[in-house]
Design a binder for this molecule. Structure first.
Ligand code: SF4
Length: 653
């Protein structure tokens, strides 16, 4: 008998699609986008359209495992849940007794965006008094303007009303293709112009009206120059800026040196194009400026976001529907409430998840991290300076638990691996970081093998450790209810599978907002590029079309579609290094290097090479883990600078 079950895609993607799974004879046989969901509109992306193959993959982890070989070697034996829980509880108790509860560190990110899969386990760690965690591996560059009170997003369905859409390092057709529909609608309804600013000719850049192939890391200079031109040509919404901008004079002073000509030299684009874009920004009623994470993940990333927010304010774009800055937009879902941080017995230190390698290898950290539990992230691939992370994970005195679907690069370092359910096997509710809908995920089938949902693991471990707070015994539905707003209760979600819960559109005038708009260029002085070509090539590591960060890196269809780790290089740079299309290149420096295949293409600008995707380390195969080359360096807000990598590229011998 066939059943159709409502759910949603759990992955770290701003589209958060609603889906409908088909179940026949107790097995999921297919999944499609919910045709009624206003964002999904019936379509799942190329990564997820056969998500059932991931659930039923032959290499899926279905039983608890205990390590029997060296850390990282991936040698495990099957054990029972009873043994796994007993081992974890005993090791946690021993760590607490010897080093204190802060020596236990939970580590999670957005591998599943579900409230239960991501947050429920935190109840256990809060109740134990483990170290709290903070930080971001992806969007920390946006935190300073959020903390300063700037608006940073709005309902994406409004983008259909924009006249100018500036996609700044945002490759929507790979990373958020449902948003592209609103871009197209804006073209049809408003005659909107689409400008893509990206060092690569991406899928999205090919569809733009204007593509500015900027030199990476110079985005903040381009933004400053746009501001200068707006001021000089009287294109600022003066009344609005006077009401909202707190330090317009300081802003004007810092952007003053950045004429179009000077910025053009630094940014590697034409001065006339900079002036034209500024005039478009000044004329649009309204414009939306939509940054991607690429330029945010450079040392000037925080300043870049500040500069874009200033442009949105100076142009008065927040005045109108469809206008403003858009890098994050969420429904009214209080995910943090589901964690119940109030369960903590007292104040604790907080550890930055974006510096895991440094934390695990810091001889002065007191107490040291002695027990690490990882879920929803794969730090042995996705953290910066991955070799240091791996060194930390390899510590014999570190007890590591990993909850996973597959034997990832991180799971290979675990002492105990616990099999997680996939999205078809558990209940969850979820928000989004790119729209305003809260989604329900009903289980389509029971857990495979001995896999368990993370809320269940929390309840079992809490009981095993003798923790008695009722919050540690709550049902899935009770945990979900803690996060849901009053106007989108579970009963409402069950009617359609989703419910819109928009926060109010930012109205800075009505709020009486007075916001700092200066960029902070002076503090960046030593890091600002000056237009001279560096000797090394700059390596970008953008997202792949068929992987989502490291998810799907083990799936045969996805790997086949993504082909192989490939370095895109401009013909001039290839010729200078005696590299030809299809040849093998060594990329890196004396400390770390990867061997990849070369694609000679004008899709990257000279001086830049690009390696798409978070490729898994393969047994005995070439190591193409790009983040081995990502430096241990962070913006002031704590964003790893994944795109500040400078490499030698040479034929592989
Ligand atoms: S990865 Fe993104 S676009 Fe693809 S199905 Fe999931 S939410 Fe939708």
């Amino acid at each position: 008998m066939e059943r159709r079950v409502r759910g949603c895609c759990p992955l770290d993607c701003q589209d958060s699609c609603a889906w409908i799974a088909t179940v026949e004879d107790g097995r999921v046989t297919g999944v499609v986008g919910d045709p009624d969901h206003p964002i999904t509109q019936g379509v799942l992306c190329a990564k997820v359209r056969d998500y059932e193959t991931r659930t039923y993959a032959p290499d899926r982890l279905l039983h608890p495992l205990r390590r029997v070989g060296p850390k990282g070697a991936g040698q495990f034996e099957r054990i029972s849940w009873d043994e796994a829980l007993g081992t974890i509880a005993a090791r946690f108790a021993s760590v607490i007794e010897t080093h204190g509860a802060e020596a236990i560190m939970p580590m999670n990110y957005l591998g599943s965006m579900g409230v239960l899969q991501r947050r429920a386990l935190m109840r256990l760690f809060h109740a134990l008094g483990a170290s709290a965690i903070h930080g971001e591996v992806c969007g920390a560059a946006g935190l300073p303007i959020i903390e300063a009170g700037h608006p940073f997003g709005f309902d994406p369905e409004e983008i259909a009303d924009s006249e100018l859409i500036v996609l700044w390092g945002a490759n929507l057709l790979t990373t958020a293709h449902h948003h592209w529909r609103f871009v197209q609608e804006a073209r049809e309804r408003r005659g909107a112009t689409v400008v893509v600013i990206d060092p690569r000719r991406t899928r999205t850049a090919r569809k733009a009206d204007v593509h500015l192939a900027i030199r990476p890391g110079t985005d903040v200079i381009l933004a400053a120059s746009l501001g200068r031109i707006l001021l000089a040509e009287g294109l600022v919404d003066r009344a609005y800026a006077a009401d909202v901008a707190l330090d317009l004079d300081a802003y004007a002073a810092e952007v003053a040196p950045w004429t179009a000509e000077r910025a053009a030299e630094v940014c590697g684009i034409e001065a006339a194009d900079i002036t034209a874009l500024a005039r478009r920004l000044g004329a649009a009623r309204p414009a939306v400026i939509r940054p991607g994470v690429g330029p945010m993940q450079t040392i000037s990333g925080d300043a870049f976001v500040r500069a874009l927010s200033a442009l949105a304010i100076l142009g008065g774009h927040w005045r109108r529907r469809g206008g403003g800055l858009f890098f994050l937009s969420t429904p009214r879902l209080d995910e943090a409430a589901a964690e119940r941080s109030d369960l903590a017995p007292g104040p604790r230190r907080s550890l930055d998840i974006a510096r895991l390698g440094q934390l695990l290898t810091d001889p002065d950290l007191d107490p040291p991290v002695k027990a690490l539990t990882v879920w929803g992230t794969n730090p042995a691939l996705i953290q910066p300076d991955v070799d240091t992370v791996r060194r930390g994970l390899a510590r014999e005195d570190l007890f590591t638990v990993v909850l996973e679907h597959f034997m990832t690069d991180t799971a290979r370092y675990a002492d105990i691996v616990l099999p997680s359910t996939t999205q078809f096997e558990h209940f969850d509710v979820q928000g989004a970081w790119g729209h305003h809908y809260i989604l329900l995920n009903e289980p389509a089938v029971p857990p495979l093998g001995e896999a368990k949902a993370h809320a269940e693991v929390m309840r079992l471990l809490a009981a095993r450790m003798g923790l008695t707070d009722p919050a540690l015994r709550e049902s899935d539905e009770e945990i979900a209810a803690a996060a849901l707003p009053a106007d989108a209760p579970l009963s409402a979600l069950r009617e359609t599978g989703w419910r819109k819960a928009s926060p109010p559109r930012p109205d800075l005038l009505a709020e009486g907002a007075r916001l700092p708009v200066s960029i902070g260029l002076e503090a960046l002085r030593e890091d600002l590029p000056d237009g001279t070509a560096p000797e090394k090539l700059r390596l970008l590591t953008p997202k792949a079309h068929y992987f989502l960060n490291s998810t799907f890196g083990n799936m045969p269809r996805h790997r086949a579609a993504q082909k192989r780790p490939t370095l895109q290089i401009h013909p001039a740079d290839a010729e200078a290094r005696a590299l030809v299309d299809g040849s093998a290149a060594r990329v890196g420096d004396d400390a770390a290097a990867l061997v990849v295949v070369v694609e000679v293409t004008e899709d990257v600008r000279p001086g830049v090479v690009a390696l798409e995707g978070k490729w898994w380390r393969t047994e005995g195969g070439p190591d193409a883990v790009a983040n081995r080359l990502a430096p241990a360096r962070w913006t002031p807000a704590g964003q790893p600078v994944y795109n500040d990598i400078f490499v030698d590229v040479a034929p592989a011998l």
